[in-house]
Design a binder for this molecule. Structure first.
Ligand SMILES: O=S(=O)(O)c1ccc(O)c(O)c1
Ligand SMILES: [Fe+2]
Length: 343
């Protein structure tokens, strides 16, 4: 990767805005994401759903589209202006990445989009303009399920966390929290909007999408989501939690959709907008880091993630973890952690 100084200016990314999931049964997926979780349908046709949360003022936070293999498609970032689309093309070309400029409305509800295979192997899309559907922020009468407000973050599984951290730092992302020891950074959380993260890295085989994090305003929405699934004997969709994260301080639950794609209902993290915002570094030996009450992290949360597509819709090969695995070191409630080093 060329030194940052040799690169043209990076696009000005405002926030993580939408994820794209390929599902093998669209009707089954619609039941999960719309009927159960409660997303609003902005538009739909026989091949795709365009879904948004109740706070989202652009066209969608999630595209769910039918395909032969369950996989993650593009991760969508909002950029500040149209000129950032040209910046994105030049920036990624200088990184040696394949890019495409898509005419307006190629991605439903958006203006022109620059689609890129990024250096970590993920498909990302940059958009500056979007349609504004009906504003639903105060339509409490319509809210259902987890009452999802908007997309909050992408969590990606990567074989080399420091490489991912350096790449996103080059895009101007701030660092809010890490999990580390003297030898390794096991996970990191980075942001453009002024909260804990727009993107986070989980050490593991990659490129894979670990989860899409969706913000809800109230902790009771996390609990209500779990109660709804229990009432319907669909508790198998609940993978991890509910609980309180150590990192981010958010209250959370993780669900798996019918194809195994992971989503998080996430609420109550914190502000990171000051220029000197200090990084919070967690010891990998601290059992409270991933669940503040030290409830165990289930093994599947570390092992499972969604494969990702490239510009040609082919599934990307997965490179195995290239650093020490957190589960072999950390206190996760299911492995005997190695003794903490002497103080
Ligand atoms: O499990 S962690 O506390 O590390 C965590 C923190 C924030 C997240 O969004 C997440 O998915 C996981
Ligand atoms: Fe998350």
């Amino acid at each position: 990767m060329p030194a940052d100084s040799a690169l043209p200016p990076a696009p000005d990314i405002v926030r993580s805005a939408y994820g794209t999931l390929v599902v093998t049964d669209l009707a089954e997926a619609r039941h999960f994401w719309v009927d159960l979780v409660g997303f609003v349908v902005t538009e739909e046709d026989s091949s795709a759903l365009y879904l948004r949360g109740y706070d989202e003022l652009t066209h969608h936070n999630l595209i769910v589209r039918a395909g032969p293999v369950a996989a993650a498609g593009a991760l969508g970032f909002r950029v500040r202006s149209d000129s950032d689309l040209a910046r994105a093309e030049a920036y990624y070309a200088a990184l040696g990445c394949r890019t495409q400029r898509l005419p307006a409305a190629t991605v439903r509800g958006l203006g022109e989009v620059v689609r890129v295979e990024d250096p970590l192997g993920f498909l990302v899309e940059f958009f500056a303009s979007a349609a504004h559907p009906e504003r639903l922020q105060q339509r409490y009468d319509l809210r259902r399920g987890a009452e999802v407000a908007r997309l909050d973050h992408f969590n990606i599984s990567v074989p080399d966390v420091p490489k991912a951290q350096a790449y996103y730092a080059g895009l101007g992302f701030g660092l809010s929290e890490t999990i580390e020891d003297e030898q390794t950074v096991y996970a990191a959380w980075m942001y453009r909007k002024q909260t804990v993260h727009d993107v986070a890295f989980t050490g593991g085989g990659g490129p894979r999408l670990h989860h899409l994090g969706f913000f809800a305003h109230e902790a009771h929405s996390v609990l209500r989501m779990c109660d709804i699934l229990g009432s319907l004997s669909l508790e198998s969709h609940i993978e991890r939690g509910p609980g309180r994260h150590g990192v981010s301080n958010a209250f959370y639950v993780y669900l798996r959709d019918p194809d195994g794609h992971r989503m998080e209902v996430y609420t109550s993290d914190y502000y990171t907008g000051d220029p000197d915002h200090p990084v919070l570094r967690w010891s990998v030996h601290d059992p409270r880091r991933r669940d503040f009450w030290a409830n165990p992290v289930v093994p599947s949360w570390y092992s499972d993630a969604s494969v990702v597509l490239d510009l040609d819709e082919a599934v990307r090969p997965v490179t195995e973890l290239a650093q020490t695995a957190e589960v072999t070191v950390g206190a996760d409630g299911f492995t005997a952690p190695s003794p903490a080093p002497p103080e």
